[in-house]
Design a protein. Structure first.
Lengths: 345, 285
């Protein structure tokens, strides 16, 4: 178990217009599992490679348990990176792949064989040691890659989009496996993903990365419901932004006066609430809206409506969305506990 | 009609792979297969009334042929091994990013465009006893005169021929390996490094095995060429024994038409030995 500190890391790829990492700072406790979440191209994989030692940053520091590791090559760092594609060595069978790291440590053959069997057991591939990588399914390959890292009992495990190459069913299974193994081994784990749901399920905490920096770190629900700024809210699918003024637990805006949850910031700002938080019907904070458009999105229906010159979007289940047709007037409730004020926006 | 044109293309495109390959195969069958068949027929004395193995027996029982075969094998093996080794080393150096990399790659590849005969003459001018290096050494007082310079062309060990093939084929091997490395990317080695491999171990245990199939294929091409081509041994080889392709050429151009079947038999022997050795190299993978 190793604690990880990223201290103001900056990196610009040669010829790139924008830096890949910009003063990136992040702190991970020993044994923690943190999801580094961000859109593609935000620099999260670059950050992971810097931690692994495969890329040198232009400035800043990487510390394991408080000691800088920047001068150490990848093979001397206590971190193991599992690649998005698994990167199994195609010319070695599964057992040789899993035992590769131990072989590099010059462990005795018997010990390697024993620990490889144990690791394959952990990922439920007990009998596949003699297979060639090309004989495995995508999910199996990913599990072998995971076993190949876990067998080394690293201080820090780095997972780069471990689930993105799997189909939906396997993804759920693999997610459970990663969680379980992390709990059992207690290895500090940094997992990079672009998938919000994956980040929320996998991470004890989620760090959102946009444009080379960490924008917000916290429990998954906090990032969804209490975004730090407009960009964070937008990233998580926030689409309702109502300008106004917060004072004394109430928010003055084009929709009238809305009750706020306790502890909301005061002053000029922007009110935001998630589209799925809007409920149909009467109650506190109810407003009249004019339906503009409805769009079926599978489980949910997205309803765009207008109120007080503002556009509001709601996501509702089929039952709740019934009766919403373009042109009709509806009453929507904006629950106080779902409202959040972004100050000074 | 446009409709019929599309449907014809569609039929070919959707048909059995053999059907789609038919146009290319026809050309290959006629040009190469035809040549092979005619060569084989010629070696069996066909077209001279009847079939006989006389030419084959004569060729296989002749000491000169075996000595030539040995020389050709030596040339081909030595050239291929050296070209593969140096080409691999060059590719490993050239894949790193460094200032002036583009220019270095260009210089590395430039002799791909030079014809073999021209290259061989260049070697002659450079390495022969009256050549540039010899004169330079004499000028520097290292040797007394041209005769004191070691025989590097028309020599017993075919050093001039091998030097030419290595010079010519290193860029070819290097180019194929560079392309291969580019498509592999850095990730296999990075994965190995992250698992604790030193840079050298990552190269030896992960990158090299991944490059092996391409290296063997490229090496097979170099081997087949250096084993079967005659113009370089003609220019740079000694007069006896001559390389096997040169022997075939001499028999073929002999005023005595009776030696023609022997020329064909030697040519067939070259093709057969090359095909067999390449097959063995590929299967052993």
């Amino acid at each position: 178990m190793t604690g990880l500190t990223l201290d103001r890391l900056s990196l610009r790829h040669p010829g790139a217009a924008r830096p890949a990492l910009e003063e990136l700072s992040l702190e991970m406790a020993q044994g923690e599992m943190l999801a580094l979440l961000g859109p593609s191209g935000c620099g999260k994989t670059t950050a992971l490679r810097v931690v692994a030692g495969l890329i040198q940053p232009d400035s800043g520091d990487v510390r394991f348990d408080g000691a800088s590791v920047l001068h150490l090559p990848p093979e001397r760092r206590e971190a193991v990176l599992v690649f998005q594609s698994g990167q199994l060595f195609a010319h070695m069978d599964v057992a040789t792949n899993v035992g590769f790291g131990l072989r590099m440590q010059r462990r005795p053959r018997a010990e390697i064989a024993e620990r490889v069997a144990e690791a394959l057991d952990q990922v439920q591939l007990r009998d596949l040691g003699h297979r060639q990588p090309h004989e495995l399914s995508g999910g199996q390959r990913q599990r072998v890659a995971l076993a190949r890292a876990l067998v080394l009992k690293p201080g820090l495990l780095l997972l780069d989009e471990p689930l993105s190459s799997l189909d939906a069913h396997l993804r759920g299974e693999m997610r459970g496996l990663i969680r379980r193994l992390q709990r059992e081994t207690g290895i500090t784990t940094l997992v990079v993903t672009h998938d919000q749901e994956e980040a929320a399920v996998l991470g004890d905490r989620v760090a959102l990365m946009l444009g080379g920096r960490i924008r917000q770190v916290g429990a998954g629900a906090a990032l969804w419901n209490r975004p730090a700024d407009l960009d964070v809210a937008r990233f998580f699918g926030g689409c309702n932004f109502i300008p106004g003024r917060s004072a004394g637990g109430r928010f003055d805006c084009a929709l009238g006066q809305l009750a706020l949850p306790p502890g909301a910031p005061e002053g000029e700002g922007c009110l935001t609430l998630r589209p799925e938080a809007i409920e149909p019907g009467e109650g506190p904070n109810a407003v009249t809206v004019q339906v503009l458009e409805t769009r079926f999105e599978g489980l949910l229906t997205r309803i765009t409506a207008e109120a007080g010159g503002l556009r509001l979007e709601a996501l509702m289940r089929a039952g709740a969305a019934r009766g919403a047709a373009p042109g009709r007037a509806l009453r929507w409730r904006l629950p106080a506990e779902a409202l959040w004020v972004l100050p000074g926006v | 009609m446009a409709g019929s044109a599309t449907s014809a293309i569609e039929v070919i495109g959707r048909g059995h792979p053999w059907l789609s390959l038919a146009p290319a195969l026809c050309v290959i069958a006629v040009l190469f297969g035809g040549g092979l068949v005619l060569g084989l027929a010629g070696s069996l004395g066909m077209g001279r009334g009847g079939v006989s193995l006389d030419a084959w027996i004569a060729v296989l029982s002749e000491g000169r042929v075996w000595r030539s075969l040995g020389l050709s094998l030596w040339i081909a093996f030595a050239s291929t091994a050296l070209a593969c080794l140096i080409g691999l080393g060059a590719a490993l150096l050239l894949r790193r990013r460094f200032p002036g990399q583009g220019l270095a790659r260009l210089l590395f590849q430039i002799n791909l465009t030079i014809p073999h005969a021209v290259g061989a003459l260049g070697i002659l001018w450079l390495l022969s006893q009256s050549g540039f290096v010899s004169r330079l050494s004499a000028g520097a007082g290292l040797i007394d005169g041209p005769a004191g310079f070691p025989a590097l062309t028309q020599d017993r060990f075919a050093i001039g021929i091998i030097a030419h093939y290595v010079w010519k084929e290193v860029p070819f091997i290097g180019l194929i390996l560079l392309a291969n490395m580019q498509s592999l990317g850095d990730d296999p080695e990075s994965a190995a490094r992250s698992l604790g491999a030193s840079p050298f171990a990552a190269m030896r245990l992960v990158l090299l095995p991944l490059l092996m199939p391409a290296l063997i294929r490229a090496g097979a091409i170099v081997f087949a060429f250096s084993f079967g081509a005659w113009e370089v041994p003609v220019l740079l080889g000694q007069s006896a024994p001559v390389a096997l392709p040169v022997l075939a050429w001499q028999r073929f151009t002999d005023p005595d038409l009776a030696t023609r079947p022997e020329a064909m038999a030697i040519a067939m022997l070259i093709a057969l030995v090359a095909a067999l050795l390449i097959r063995v190299a590929m299967v052993r993978r």
